[in-house]
Unconditional design. Structure first.
Length: 534
């Protein structure tokens, strides 16, 4: 399902048009909605060649379209049919243009079947795993599904998918969704059929085929959890994934119902540490060690099932809605399971990554200047994106923030979103406009640097605090807590700094020994405090 934000709606939200409209350069089809992919793959006993037949069910949202453009790179198309009849096509420069013919009206559905073969050069890898066994794994992010099946290879158009994979009988095959059938077919081969009930982005549509040891540690509210591990890593992987059921339970209770039929954690050949493929998360084969050192990645990828997979960014420049959410909600599991100290350590690492990136090249989270999609895998979308959520939580309070998160998931489950959609939901829970918050933290670069000077007047029993923003960027609006510390106690005051410089006066019960700015570290800022008694 597509989510389109029109300019009028943006103006009502107080957002600039850049915040809502598509800007990543992909040629969207506003008159076509891909509903379903049926992907049949034949994988041989040797070599890297595949044979495929992909049937695409598309709804025409307007009349008059006579060509359907699809993404397909470096494979040979043998035949194309439209509604069962042979159709003309042009395959050039990574685009497969299928002639639909005349006479299609608004609301019609067409069934396009593409029969093809070849050896994928990316996206689907047939190679030996770490134990020297042949394996087959898809690895699509961000737009590499086009190297092994035809489709609309962009997250703005989500669809359901089914995989029917014929492979050597010694392989177990895992894919998105629920398992419908596994049966032996001669000679010495096996056909496995998986199907999703919920639409997902193409970058999450995957298959994996290998000799697996399959572990089933349990389930949560009817959702089975399983580990697909290379036999030599069965014990190590079981240890590394041992809290996955707890993670599933935590996110289900915190956010809302799990969106898929199963949760499979798969040892694979992904180039990433983890890849959040819907209901079938792939983890790098070398990350399986039995030490749980990869546990933060496990939580991150499971959190993605809600944010990224189910609620999906419809434009790549809004990737923080996926990666920032997974970063923060990944940390939230450890706040619940291991305590506040672990949570604060994870936030500190996020701040450190952001500060390091900002020193190298300051940039906003929403950065349409980025054209190489891999450059979006940066500290702004991950670390700063997660810290923006933490600041929003601090601003709104836990009750309103998490109710907003649950509503955001509930309203946009299985759909695509932009930052304006999230802002609108959170404003409804906060009871106030938040355009200033999103403008300064999402669409602007940098962060506040605050110099604080304080003094104490014993006669008036008054503390004077002078705050000055010294960052080169324009000023930030900062709701800040000041803690006046004396011995084991402290008095707190809430202020809001909007100007470049402001002086505040506070009547206190006793003289402070020190002052702390943002003592609980809710804000992404640098603060320097000194005493300057007159």
């Amino acid at each position: 399902m597509k989510k389109w934000i029109v300019a009028a709606a943006l103006l009502l939200l107080g957002l600039a048009p850049r915040a809502g409209l598509a800007s990543d350069g992909y040629p969207r089809l506003d008159d076509v909605d891909i509903l379903h992919y049926r992907i049949q793959l034949d994988i041989g006993d040797t070599g890297k060649a595949i044979r495929g037949e992909v049937t695409i069910l598309a709804e025409l949202l307007a009349g008059g379209r006579d060509v359907l453009p699809l993404d397909l790179v470096s494979l040979t198309v043998d035949r194309v049919t439209v509604d069962g009849e042979r159709a003309a096509f042009l395959h050039r420069d990574g685009r497969l243009s299928v002639t639909l013919g005349d006479g299609h009206a608004e609301g019609d559905t067409v069934k396009v079947a593409v029969i093809y073969h070849g050896s994928p050069v990316d996206g689907l890898f047939i190679q030996e795993n770490k134990f020297g066994d042949r394996s087959v794994f898809a690895d699509n992010w961000p737009n590499r599904a086009r190297y092994w099946f035809p489709g609309v290879d962009h997250p703005y158009d989500k669809a359901t998918v089914e995989f029917i994979v014929t492979a050597p009988a010694v392989y177990d095959v895992v894919a998105n969704g629920r398992l419908l059938e596994t049966r032996t077919v001669p000679p010495g081969r096996k056909r496995t059929h998986w199907k999703t009930d919920a639409p997902i982005p193409t970058y999450c549509m995957v298959v994996g085929a290998a000799r697996f040891s399959i572990v089933q540690p349990g389930s949560w509210k009817g959702i089975p959890v399983s580990y697909y591990l290379f036999p030599g890593d069965r014990d190590a992987g079981s240890e590394d994934f041992s809290r996955s059921v707890d993670m599933l339970a935590f996110y289900t209770e915190l956010i809302g119902p799990y969106p898929y039929n199963k949760l499979a954690l798969v040892q694979s050949s992904t180039r990433f540490g983890g890849m959040e493929n819907a209901s079938a998360i792939f983890f790098a084969e070398m990350s399986i060690t039995g030490t749980r050192r990869n546990e933060a990645v496990v939580a991150h990828e499971i959190a993605h099932q809600w944010f990224g997979d189910s609620v999906t960014e419809s434009d790549w420049h809004h990737l923080w809605l996926s990666e920032g959410f997974a970063t923060y909600f990944g940390a939230l599991f450890f706040q619940e399971a291991d305590g506040e100290e672990r949570f604060q350590e994870m936030l500190a690492r996020s701040r450190s990554r952001y500060f390091n990136a900002n020193r190298r090249a300051s940039a906003p989270i929403f950065n349409p200047d980025i054209t190489d999609l891999f450059d979006l895998l940066n500290a702004y979308n991950y670390s700063k994106g997660g810290l923006v959520l933490h600041m929003l939580r601090g601003l709104m309070g836990d009750a309103a923030f998490f109710e907003g998160i649950r509503r955001f998931y509930r309203e946009f489950r299985d759909q695509t979103v932009l930052t304006g959609d999230f802002q609108a939901v959170m404003e409804s829970r906060a009871g106030e406009r938040l355009d200033w918050f999103f403008e300064q933290w999402i669409y602007r670069s940098g962060h506040p640097v605050v110099d604080a000077t304080w003094s104490w007047d014993e006669g008036t029993r008054e503390a004077t605090v002078h705050l000055r923003q010294t960052q080169p960027q324009e000023t930030f609006r900062l709701p800040v807590t000041l803690a006046f510390v004396a011995g084991d106690g402290q008095q707190r005051r809430q202020i809001e700094l909007r100007d470049r410089s402001h002086e505040f006066h506070f009547k206190l019960e006793e003289a402070p020994e020190e002052i702390r700015v943002d003592p609980d570290t809710w804000l992404l800022m640098e603060a320097r405090v000194r005493r300057g008694d007159r």
